[in-house]
Write a protein that binds this ligand. Structure first.
Ligand code: RFL
Length: 399
């Protein structure tokens, strides 16, 4: 650890935001729009933050935040609407027109790094205070009237920012949640027992989001720009898919997606994704409010992680504006309950979806009974209009 070159430089703001991912940046732009002063402290450098690839879908509910705040132009421009979802069962395609089933509420394809880049550009244009390379961030006096955040900048200079409110937007591994005294929050963790190999490849994107259910295991293909695809392949606990050669990856994808002609291409990235869930209750302590992955993580099924981060940010921005401008703290008092309701709804949805696409194909891990249940769940989606509409409602995002 670098020694401080001087005593901390004392500064003051209304809201100190730790973390410049989707949650922190969205909160910052909404606060800015509402005329509330804030400082964003991010440990990584700007280009790292702008290039981090993860989520790809902005659901209707989260996209509406930017329209409601008059930010559709800079943030949502040219984001193509999401279309049908294709689920291939043993190679046979079945299509769900999700936007039509959701009453015209369509999601948009917005890669996370594009959203982040646009948020940073919009904040820069408005002269917002974004500080990258903030090292050794620590939070203090969370239950006092003026909490503090300390950090060192890239030159090693120590800073101290006093604030009225603190937003912990620093993701699952961040420091803000750890500043809460033990016993003040309850954590719920769950390992779904499902593992994926995720592969990014220079291979033409599918016409629509595609999932394959087969006895060989689950696979999926999503667009990542005009020339690249992200693939997911379930693997068994006794396998080490990071050792699979490219030929095996492509042959497994062709088998599971039921497409002998699926074009291959250079694999540019591969990683392991463990399906885990985590929720903290309540999502606040004193004047600290946890937002996004700092408060909850969810499996990628249903694509809700980034969307939850954004809806949390909106609820907090509105609560903070009412408290700061009108002295009305009811929004802040209700913040945790409001966000947790949606979080648990999505956790349940994501678990339901995961069981359907994994266990309907390969029943060997869960046994014949759960295998048949998962198949019934899948069939119902294509047979029952109310069941399909309920699914599409959650995909579009709930109010
Ligand atoms: P983030 O994105 O983790 O950002 C947290 C930020 O805080 C910074 N930070 C700190 N800064 C200062 N001091 C510290 N001590 C700090 N510690 C951390 C970090 O550098 C970072 O910049 O959390 P946020 O903003 O809450 O956003 C959450 C989303 O990123 C996350 O839910 C999604 O990426 C999850 N996710 C997906 N979500 C979807 O909605 N759809 C998807 O298709 C989807 N796919 C995915 C995903 C997450 C993945 N991984 C690996 C986590 C696919 C993957 C592979």
């Amino acid at each position: 650890m670098t020694e401080p070159l001087s005593e901390p430089l004392p500064e003051s703001t209304t809201v100190a935001i730790v973390g410049a991912g989707p949650a922190g940046l969205t909160l910052a732009i909404l606060l800015h729009t509402l005329g509330i002063d804030c400082v964003v402290l991010e440990q990584r450098d700007r280009s790292h933050v702008e290039q981090r690839q993860r989520a790809g879908v902005l659901d209707y509910r989260a996209g509406r935040i930017f329209s409601d705040f008059g930010l559709a132009g800079p943030i949502l421009a040219d984001a193509p609407p999401d279309s049908h979802l294709e689920i291939r069962f043993d190679g046979v395609p079945r299509l769900l027109d999700v936007p039509a089933l959701a009453g015209g509420r369509h999601s948009r394809i917005v890669p996370q790094q594009l959203l982040v880049r646009r948020l940073i550009a919009a904040l820069d244009e408005r002269g917002a205070d974004l500080r990258f390379d903030a090292r050794d961030v620590a939070v203090h006096d969370l239950d006092a009237t003026r909490p503090r955040v300390t950090y060192r900048d890239a030159a090693g200079v120590a800073h101290e920012v006093a604030c009225d409110y603190l937003a912990g937007c620093d993701g699952y591994h961040g420091v803000t949640r750890r500043g809460i005294p033990e016993g003040a929050i309850t954590t719920y963790s769950f390992d779904h027992g499902i593992r994926w190999l995720t592969v990014l490849a220079d291979s033409p994107p599918p016409r629509r989001p595609l999932m394959g259910i087969s006895p060989a295991g689950f696979a999926a293909q999503f667009a990542r720009g005009p020339r690249a695809s992200r693939f997911y392949l379930q693997y068994r606990p006794d396998e080490d898919p990071l050792r699979w050669d490219e030929e095996r990856i492509w042959s497994q994808l062709r088998l599971r997606l039921g497409d002998e002609a699926l074009p291959g291409g250079p694999v540019t990235e591969r990683d392991i994704v463990a399906m885990r869930s985590f929720v903290v209750e309540p999502m606040s302590y004193g004047r600290l409010f946890l937002v996004g992955d700092a408060a909850h993580i969810i499996t990628p099924m249903g694509a809700k992680g980034m969307n939850l981060a954004l809806t949390d940010a909106e609820a907090l921005a509105r609560g903070l504006a009412a408290a700061v401008r009108d002295g009305d703290d009811s929004g802040l008092r209700g913040y945790s309950a409001t966000c947790l309701e949606r979080t648990w709804d999505y956790q349940e949805f994501s678990r339901w979806f995961s069981e359907m696409v994994h266990d309907a194909g390969d029943g060997s891990q869960v046994g014949p009974f759960r295998h048949r249940l998962a198949q019934a769940r899948l069939d119902r989606l294509f047979r029952s209009a109310p069941a399909a509409a309920a699914f599409a409602d959650l995909m579009a995002g709930t109010d």
